[in-house]
Design a protein around this ligand. Structure first.
Ligand code: ADP
Ligand code: MG
Length: 251
């Protein structure tokens, strides 16, 4: 169903060379990928394969060396770095690996900061951040500092912060890596609800095999390239079914 709509994010022939020049690291070598509203897409691959680089470029945190990035139909790869924050604020909620909360701000203030950037006035921001923390089951932690929260709680604050601006696209880098199984599944249930009930495009980088069954589609990345070229044309149910059979040693 989502395949007929314009992708929320479309990247084409994306390359990234860190330390541009002949001696740099070619972290991405020509990636094509679409992320769709209503879909939970998982990006998997070994450490160093380029997952964080790809997600960061999709999230307008990092610029590509070459190739195209379209967000909600708009080409952003030609924009200058100083123009990216506005795009990010409008479209993207990013959940960083390792949470990246501001340690001197409370849970509530971490969320309000994003609303402040969007120009939401203080009183309204406070109300909204309380709602968001309530949504992630943390209403009682509004005034707590990150140091006083568990890993799972910090991750949920990071998710509340990512959702603050009501973005159409949610990108999360290994959101369950530091969590126990149950908390990890809770986080994935939230992500799944965002995709399936609220129509967001959700892209999750993971190599946590415990959460694969939440994926509508899994794309593998190896050595800076998509590993299975035809993955886009395989129906999600088929792909997930095949993957599960493989995982169970049946195929
Ligand atoms: P993954 O998230 O899959 O572990 P990354 O995207 O972090 O992979 O890294 C891909 C490649 O790019 C690796 O070889 C890594 O060492 C390199 N790399 C990542 N970030 C930087 C950076 N800021 N400067 C130079 N090289 C980097
Ligand atoms: Mg990474």
């Amino acid at each position: 169903m989502w395949k007929k709509m314009q992708p929320a994010i479309a990247v084409r022939q994306l390359t990234k060379n860190y330390a541009e020049g002949s001696a740099g690291t070619l972290a991405l070598r020509g990636v094509d990928l679409d992320a769709h509203a209503g879909e939970l897409l998982m990006l998997m691959g070994p450490s160093g394969s380029g997952k964080t680089t790809l997600l960061s470029i999709m999230g307008c945190i990092l610029t590509a060396t070459s190739g195209s990035v379209r967000i909600a139909g708009r080409e952003v790869s030609s924009l200058r770095e100083k123009d990216l924050p506005a795009i990010r604020l409008e479209h993207i909620g990013f959940v960083f690996q390792g949470f990246n909360l501001f340690p001197t701000l409370t849970a509530g203030e971490n969320v309000e900061l994003m609303l402040d950037l969007k120009g939401v006035r203080a009183a309204a921001a406070k109300k909204r951040s309380r709602e968001l923390l309530d949504q992630v089951g943390l209403s009682e932690k509004y005034a707590s500092f990150p140091a006083d929260l568990s890993g799972g709680q910090k991750q949920r604050v990071a998710i509340a912060r990512a959702l603050a601006g009501d973005p159409g696209i949610i990108l999360a880098d290994e959101p369950t890596a530091a969590l126990d199984s149950r908390t990890g599944r809770n986080v994935m249930e939230m992500m799944s609800e965002l995709a399936h009930k609220r129509g967001r495009a959700v892209v999750i980088v993971t190599h946590d095999s415990r959460v694969l069954d939440f994926a509508d589609r899994i794309v593998r990345i190896e050595d800076g390239a998509i590993a299975v070229p035809k993955v886009e044309s395989v129906p999600a149910e088929v792909l997930v079914h095949n993957m599960m059979q493989q995982a169970a040693g049946l195929a």
